[in-house]
Every structure is written in structure tokens, then in C-alpha cells.
Ligand binder design. Structure first.
Ligand code: GNR
Ligand code: NI
Length: 168
């Protein structure tokens, strides 16, 4: 197992197109285990493979309080949604910033599990929010894209400053 580096905004690799997973081999299992380890260590409730530079439609999640409900979403698709509401959101690729965005409070998602078996899941609250956030990642989107251009510019500047500081 390994903790993988997480790309941060405005890294252009977070905007690249991701490909559906078609091969469920040992290499994929290792990647999934590494994504879980990285997500739990961060700590975060979700992580998309392309946040770690792997351009596959794969994300891991665990929105439970006691971190006992690991979920793998491969090639996920939202089947139905309920009403939207304002929800506070953060992202491991946009560290130390949170803001409010509109998300569906309930949804039904279809995906493949780590063995390639299809399943459907009803989600609500944080879990529903997380599914939308992760699918956005897989589509090259970040939650900051939904904010005003003023806020977006401020966030980008802050992130670039942070990267400068890290680079020394
Ligand atoms: O850890 C995370 N918390 C979170 C809170 C509200 C809405 C979405 C999230 S996902 C985020 C981890 C992350 O960046 N996943 O891509
Ligand atoms: Ni994120």
C-alpha cells in the first residue's frame, strides 16, 4: 500500500478527460487500495483517481462517521435526483478552502464495484454530495467552477501562492 501525492488546483492535469475502466486486474486492485489509504490519511471522505494523476473513471468514498463503509465507484452514472440545496463543500485538491454550492440532496447512482460487478445505490446528504463531487472530478470539474469569478480568481491566487511557498 502507498499514499499517493494529490494534485492541487490549478494543476491542468485535474482538467483532463478520464477513461472508463475496462480491466479489473491486480494493478487496478492495488490502485484502489492506494486511493483508500491516501483518502483516509488526508483525511477525506472521497478521492477521485485523477486527483492522483490516474486518468480513469474511478473514485473511492467513505462518508461514514466511523470510517467503516469504504465504497468504490467505477464508471459511475447518476440515474435520478431529487431537489437541490446549498451545501458547504471542500476538496483535497483545493486545500484549506470551503464554500457553498448547490447539490442534489438525494440521488440514485449506478456504478461498477472493484470486481466489475454493477450495483445501484441510493444516497442522501453528504454521501449524495460526495458522489456529485467525485463525478465532477472525473469530468475535469472542480467545485470552485460553480463559484463567482471573483471568488474563483481569489482562490486560484491563494493556491498559486501556496505552491510558490512549497517550492521555496
Ligand atoms: O474530504 C472531502 N470532503 C468533502 C466535503 C463536502 C463535499 C465534498 C467533499 S469531498 C472531499 C474530498 C475530495 O476532495 N474528494 O474529491
Ligand atoms: Ni475533491
Amino acid at each position: 500500500m502507498a499514499i499517493l501525492p494529490i494534485l492541487t488546483h490549478p494543476d491542468p492535469r485535474l482538467r483532463l478527460k478520464t477513461k472508463p475502466v475496462t480491466v479489473f486486474d491486480d494493478k487496478l486492485q492495488t490502485l484502489i487500495d492506494d486511493l483508500f489509504e491516501t483518502m483516509y490519511a488526508a483525511p477525506g471522505v472521497g478521492l477521485a483517481a485523477n486527483q492522483c494523476g490516474v486518468l480513469l473513471r474511478l473514485s473511492v468514498m467513505d462518508c461514514s462517521d466511523d470510517k467503516t463503509q469504504p465504497k468504490v465507484l467505477i464508471n459511475p452514472e447518476i440515474l435520478s435526483t431529487d431537489e437541490r440545496q446549498e451545501m458547504e463543500e471542500g476538496c483535497l485538491s483545493v486545500p484549506d478552502i470551503r464554500d457553498t454550492v448547490q447539490r442534489y440532496n438525494k440521488l440514485r447512482v449506478r456504478a461498477l464495484d472493484r470486481n466489475g460487478q454493477p450495483f445501484e445505490m441510493d444516497c442522501e446528504g453528504l454521501e449524495a454530495q460526495c458522489v456529485q463531487h467525485e463525478i465532477d472530478h472525473l469530468d475535469g470539474k472542480l467545485y470552485v467552477d460553480y463559484l463567482s469569478s471573483l471568488k474563483r480568481e481569489r482562490i486560484k491566487k491563494k493556491m498559486l501562492k501556496l505552491k510558490e511557498a512549497v517550492a521555496g
